[in-house]
Design a protein around this ligand. Structure first.
Ligand SMILES: *[C@@H]1O[C@H](CO)[C@@H](O)[C@H](O)[C@H]1NC(C)=O
Ligand SMILES: *[C@@H]1O[C@H](CO)[C@@H](O)[C@H](O)[C@H]1NC(C)=O
Ligand SMILES: *[C@@H]1O[C@H](CO)[C@@H](O)[C@H](O)[C@H]1NC(C)=O
Ligand SMILES: *[C@@H]1O[C@H](CO)[C@@H](O)[C@H](O)[C@H]1NC(C)=O
Ligand SMILES: *[C@@H]1O[C@H](CO)[C@@H](O)[C@H](O)[C@H]1NC(C)=O
Ligand SMILES: *[C@@H]1O[C@H](CO)[C@@H](O)[C@H](O)[C@H]1NC(C)=O
Length: 341
């Protein structure tokens, strides 16, 4: 009797239990899911940067004193001049995040700026640049600074700059996306000038001369408008790179000059290394393979397992009550209602 009745009850309970157990796994599974997130992993990498390496300079053959810049420096100065809004690959690694160099030497500048409101139509010129540097040599003997004056008409004001560029010590930073950053956002922070600067023309002073010479070549020249045709003219790479021509007789120059000066000065040593050096070839008189340490707070994508506690505990709660209810039904209820008898 007990056997017969309990058998049918057990069938029903079994079926109910089966129904519940079969729906529990999908519910639990849906409570656990992957969520995209980011993990910050600090990494130490190396960035090519020649600092004030004297091998950047060309020398006067007779005296062996530094007078100019190797061709690679001119190339990197020009690419920085045009690179205001362009991306540059600072490291050949796929890293994304804030990057900052260790302490290092570079060339920085300081300017006194006088801003005078004016109208361009009254003047013939809109840009000029003059420096203490003379062709094929230097007028000063210590090789540790470059004095220059530059004036830019920015559309509303004449900006008179009286500047000095000198070797400095500090660090640089940029935000990288897959190893690449915007050249305009790369910036260096001077901790101090290098004082007193070394006057040894075979040491850092030669590196300074090289950077200053490439910088000078990028900015020298003038921009003017011919009286006859009122057409803008120029003989400066800087004007070529930055003037935006609205129409044939109208153009706009950048609102600020300092950003362009610094972007060029700071990038010259980064790509100073000669290109196409055969792999495995080392040394050589003119290899510029100096590096500085670059710390990157690399943001690596990760998948986190998200756990939905409410759904999980609700499911477990329902299962437990069904299970306990079934056991109570089997043991307690039949005896009281007498259905087992
Ligand atoms: C760089 O890494 C990210 C993830 O770490 C990946 O999505 C991307 O495709 C990688 N890019 C290259 C050029 O390898
Ligand atoms: C810059 O201009 C000042 C006058 O404002 C002049 O004394 C100085 O010699 C100029 N410097 C250069 C490098 O041309
Ligand atoms: C250069 O700019 C100055 C203003 O700083 C101006 O007075 C001078 O005439 C300009 N020189 C030339 C050669 O255009
Ligand atoms: C640019 O042109 C001006 C005016 O013709 C001239 O005085 C100056 O020397 C030139 N500069 C360069 C760098 O060619
Ligand atoms: C140049 O063109 C712009 C836009 O067409 C105009 O706003 C500006 O006044 C013009 N400037 C001059 C000096 O003609
Ligand atoms: C030119 O420079 C002055 C002074 O920095 C600034 O106030 C002005 O807005 C600039 N003009 C333009 C068109 O950006």
């Amino acid at each position: 009797m007990f056997m017969e009745m309990s058998l049918s009850t057990a069938w029903i309970l079994g079926a109910v239990g089966l129904l519940f157990t079969s729906c529990v796994p999908p519910v639990l599974q849906s409570a656990v899911g992957p969520v995209a997130s980011r993990k910050i992993v600090p990494r130490r990498l190396q960035m090519y940067h020649a600092q004030l390496d004297p091998r950047m300079a060309t020398t006067e053959t007779a005296a062996g004193v530094p007078v100019g810049a190797r061709s690679m420096l001119h190339r990197t100065a020009i690419s920085a001049l045009y690179g205001e809004e362009l991306g540059h690959q600072y490291v050949p690694f796929n890293v994304t995040g804030l990057a900052r160099t260790a302490s290092m030497d570079f060339v920085d500048l300081e300017c006194d700026i006088v801003e005078t409101p004016g109208r361009f139509t009254n003047d013939e010129w809109y840009y000029n640049f003059t420096s203490t540097r003379i062709k094929d040599g230097w007028t000063h003997v210590d090789y540790t600074f470059l004095d220059f004056n530059a004036t830019l008409f920015n559309g509303t004001h004449f900006l008179y700059h009286k500047c000095i560029a000198k070797p400095a010590r500090g660090w640089c930073g940029v935000n990288l996306v897959e190893g690449t950053g915007a050249m305009g956002s790369f910036s260096c922070h001077r901790e101090r000038w290098i004082e007193p600067p070394s006057e040894d023309v075979y040491g850092p002073a030669a590196g300074f001369v090289a950077i200053a010479a490439a910088f000078h070549a990028a900015f020298e020249g003038e921009g003017w408008v011919t009286r006859q045709t009122h057409r803008p003219q120029q003989n400066s790479s800087f004007v070529l790179a930055t003037a935006k021509w609205e129409d044939r007789g109208n153009y706009t120059m950048p609102p600020r000059l300092i950003d362009h000066f610094q972007r060029v000065l700071w990038h010259i040593p980064i790509n100073a290394r000669a290109k196409e050096i055969p792999a495995g070839q080392e040394g050589g008189k003119y290899d510029l393979d100096g590096v500085v340490e670059l710390q990157v707070l690399d943001e690596q994508p990760i998948l986190l397992q998200k756990f939905d506690f409410v759904r999980t505990f609700a499911t477990i709660g329902v299962c437990l009550s069904v299970g306990v209810g079934a056991v109570v039904w089997l043991i307690v209820l039949p005896k009281e209602s007498g259905r087992l008898a």
